[in-house]
Design a protein around this ligand. Sequence first.
Ligand code: 5AD
Ligand code: SF4
Length: 445
Amino acid sequence: MKSAPKTFHVKSFGCQMNVYDGERMAELMAAQGMSAAGTADDADLIVLNTCHIREKATEKVYSDIGRLRKVARAAGRDTPMIAVAGCVAQAEGAEIVARAKVDVVVGPQSYHRLPALVADAVAGRPALDTELPALAKFGALPARRRAGPSAFLTVQEGCDKFCTYCVVPYTRGAEISRPWTAIVDEARALVDAGAREITLLGQNVNAWAGEDEAGRTRGLGGLIRALDRLPGLARIRYTTSHPNDMAQDLIDAHRDVEGLMPFLHLPVQAGSDRVLRAMNRHHTRDGYLRLIDRVRAARPDIALSGDFIVGFPGESEAEFAETLSLVDTVGYAQAFSFKYSPRPGTPAADLAGQVAPEAMDDRLQRLQAALGRDQIAFNRASVGRRCAVLVERPGKLPGQMLGKSPWLQSVHLMTDASVSDLVEVDLVSAGPVSMAGIERVRRAA
Ligand code: 5AD
Ligand code: SF4
């Protein structure tokens, strides 16, 4: 029998939903009386909250497990208990136990059972749970007691879109929305715990649907309007959205709701209609561009962000050029771009015409150069704007603080304001990834 772990460390990889899940797992273990270790290297229990979206992310888990054990051996410590959580746990299940001899495997919909699984592992019983029971976990998690100035709140999980490259529909299950009251209650608890900004999370967050207190059917726009009325909550964001779920009410919320920040992460993946069809995206290039026009009509200063995949099977040079031209047309404020990675069990993994690695490298470089250029252009165009900055943490220099603009730019400024303050700032200069601001001098009335 192993001894029961007294300290834990959660390490999250991948998306913001994993960051949220990681925080919840930490809260859960703290509620069981365990204490947080400073680093993974001195924890009795290490939870690796994993990402399966690309092959590299998955391989990282296995190399991390090896490294953690080596560090413990070198320090003459007992081997730590290792729990693999998240999407690799869901996708690979028992294979991980066979390949890496980990103690616990727990999927993203069953991590509320982590303490019970750890107890099973201590008693030498198999400890694996990759069930996908919709929403069961939320009711079993402790209340939110601590939050930074900017907090995540998962409102929706799963995906029914089945893009042909993507593992999410298999690892996170079908689209489900958390109920209205559970979300409003958690938002209120986060604000009471210190949050001034909440980012609503979901794999398809804008597919969120539910009923409000009066039993009326509402979408994400309605939920945002209600959250905007919470006293103490200054800012609302949401991510990630699918173009086909961008309802008019949500677009209108960008025009009407003061607390909804002018930022939209709206992945398009590719600029060619043939590739979009092969990806099963259910939208065209033109449909996406018209949608962007409607969003910009509602909120002209909105900052746009996207996700891109280069080298999808069969993507020709001419089709890739259509991605570049779409980027030119939209002018993203920031974006994420990836080389296509074939994922086991997804339809695209079996397609003919896998693109050569050199071509992928070349395309990624060209795309990132274009996106980098646009990011700098967006930042430069922001110079001269006056805006509120939510202070998130101290900077490197004495008296310097770092925070976020409404357009999600990192802003550094000299101020005696504290973390969680909203400071009126003039944006005075732009770098590739951050802005400098000067606190606006308040004149006596
Ligand atoms: N290969 C490369 N990128 C992928 N993404 C999802 N699946 C893959 C894959 N198989 C990217 C998409 C998605 C983001 C979260 O990850 O761009 O929007
Ligand atoms: Fe994956 Fe497509 Fe669903 Fe996004 S919409 S999670 S890319 S299947």
